[in-house]
Unconditional design. Structure first.
Length: 535
């Protein structure tokens, strides 16, 4: 029986079926849409870290499986990690950081790059981070209190390190405390103010330390952390020097009296005995220069005496220290006119000053000697006139004012400290021994606030910088700069680290640097390790 002819509709259906069968059998269809790249998010929980590692958190979406996860600093590869799912934590160690290109501390722009198992990949947005590598980080149990980051002292060695500092009012009194790395803190109520300008001295031969605040009073503590002596509360202290046996040499703020105060009071914690007192005649009081210095049984007193008409004399007086016979202590033995000073001012500006470690040299920093220029000179402290053999050297003119002179590096260097600059001078000849004969400067508008020489025989030195002091108000540091010396004796910047909050710094008995900031103690690496990471 013959088949009926196909209708037009049937032909069209047949053709559509044929077309679909043709496509299924390898025709030329449109390609499927390309999948979107994965989304990568990187967060830095703590963007400024002084620690043993730097941690970041990464999240990746849009991959069935993440086959590769890389961490970069800008375009520089740092390390490959395994993606472990939501909120994967990545940890960069000190060895992963290219310090020779990013500096110390490392200023990073971290980027996470994720690669899917099908080859798609993407990067996160860069996130800033600062990392300063240290040996260890320990919580500060005193952080919950109103603790000043300066003053800050580290004593002891190894794991037996303890930290000394002071904190704000508690029941009307400030508190001095000693906090060991592990264990319970000791504390005493301070019979003086605690401010960022408070000084906690190095220990004398018997372990006695003196704690004093300029313009206020002083007290002594023994190794058991008991107050053994204190100054009269009405004595406003200008400078204090600790003698080898632990007694204190005090020059009052008005500079009219010099006192040797005993380290042990007649009654525990009471006002100490004034072993001797030297008192200047009314109207014959000079401006104090360097802190008092003991040399060969004598107390060296450096002062500038104005005589009017823009003239002054710098004089070093030698007093009997009273070691052999307390009855003769405070007797004026001799005096030397070190230098005559002329100025266009009514009174010449008072120079910065310091004695050498053995007291044989008096360093003087004069400003201005030309427009915005200073000059440091070294004079024999025991002879008249800074001329001929008595003039050891004169430095070149240094940019800006010199505010302080600090011997360091076993008395082989003298830090000429300006408002924002530190000039390392050789004490042998006054030559600037910085890199390319330049200073090392505080960052930006920061001022140099504190100098911290390391312990002998180290030649390292640290300086701490912070906002400029306003009037008599104190300022706390936010930046530390570490310097060492090259084999040729050149002073070099090794590291620079800055925080948003304040910091303190101290050197322990092993010569290791400790930082106190953000409620933690940070033990820095040996400075040689920082140097090895530098260009």
């Amino acid at each position: 029986m013959p088949h009926p002819p196909l209708t037009r509709h049937a032909w069209r259906a047949a053709l559509a079926l044929a077309a679909s069968l043709s496509a299924a059998c390898g025709g030329d269809p449109k390609p499927p849409p390309t999948p979107d790249p994965p989304q990568v998010a990187l967060t830095v929980p703590e963007s400024n870290v002084a620690g043993t590692s730097l941690k970041v958190i990464v999240n990746v979406t849009g991959c069935d499986t993440v086959s590769s996860l890389n961490l970069l600093d800008r375009e520089t590869f740092l390390k490959t990690f395994t993606y472990a799912g939501k909120d994967t934590t990545l940890e960069l160690l000190s060895a992963d950081i290219p310090y020779k290109t990013v500096g110390l501390s490392a200023s990073l722009a971290l980027v996470a790059e994720a690669v899917c198992d099908d080859g798609r990949k993407n990067k996160s947005q860069p996130q800033p981070a600062v990392f300063f590598p240290v040996t260890r980080v320990v919580d500060d149990p005193q952080a919950r209190e109103q603790v000043f980051t300066m003053p800050f002292v580290a004593e002891g060695t190894g794991t037996n390190v303890a930290f000394l500092g002071c904190k704000g009012p508690t029941a009307g009194a400030h508190t001095l405390y000693r906090q060991p790395l592990s264990g319970t803190a000791q504390s005493v109520a301070m019979p003086t103010l605690c401010t960022p300008n408070t000084v906690i001295s190095a220990p004398a031969s018997d372990g006695t330390r003196w704690v004093w605040t300029p313009g206020s009073s002083a007290f002594a503590v023994d190794p058991s952390f008991q107050i053994t002596s204190r100054s009269h509360p009405d004595l406003a202290i200008g400078t204090l020097t600790v003698m080898d046996n632990g007694d204190a040499l005090i020059r009052n703020q008005s500079a009219g009296r010099i006192i040797r105060l005993s380290r042990r009071a007649p009654s525990p914690g009471g006002v100490g005995t004034e072993i001797w007192v030297f008192e200047y005649q009314t109207g014959k009081v000079g401006y104090p220069l360097a802190p008092l210095k003991v040399r060969n049984g004598r107390v060296l007193v450096a002062s500038q005496y104005p005589s009017g008409d823009g003239r002054a004399q710098i004089i070093v007086e030698e007093l009997d220290a009273g070691d052999s016979n307390p009855a003769t202590g405070g007797t004026l033995l001799t005096q030397h006119v070190i230098r005559d000073v002329l100025s266009t001012s009514v009174e010449p500006p008072v120079p910065a000053a310091a004695f050498s470690a053995d007291g044989s040299v008096l360093y003087l920093g004069f400003y201005p000697v030309a427009t915005d220029r200073s000059q440091v000179v070294a004079c024999a402290s025991d002879a008249d006139g800074c001329e001929g053999a008595n003039s050891r050297w004169s430095s070149i003119q240094l940019v800006g004012p010199v505010r302080a002179l600090i011997p360091y590096a076993n008395d082989s260097r003298l830090a000429a400290v300006g408002t924002q600059r530190v000039w390392p001078l050789a004490t042998a000849d006054g030559v600037v021994r910085g890199k390319d004969s330049t200073s090392v400067d505080a960052n930006g508008a920061l001022n140099v606030l504190y100098m911290l020489p390391s312990r002998p025989p180290s030649t390292d030195v640290f300086f701490l910088n912070g906002p400029a002091r306003v009037g008599q108000s104190a300022s706390l540091p936010v930046e530390i700069v570490g310097m060492d010396q090259s084999s040729s004796g050149e002073g070099r910047e090794v590291f620079r680290y800055q925080v948003a909050v304040s910091m303190g710094a101290a050197v322990d008995g092993d010569g290791r640097l400790w930082l106190r900031t953000g409620g933690k103690f940070h033990q820095a690496l040996p400075i040689s390790q920082y140097r090895s990471a530098r260009p």
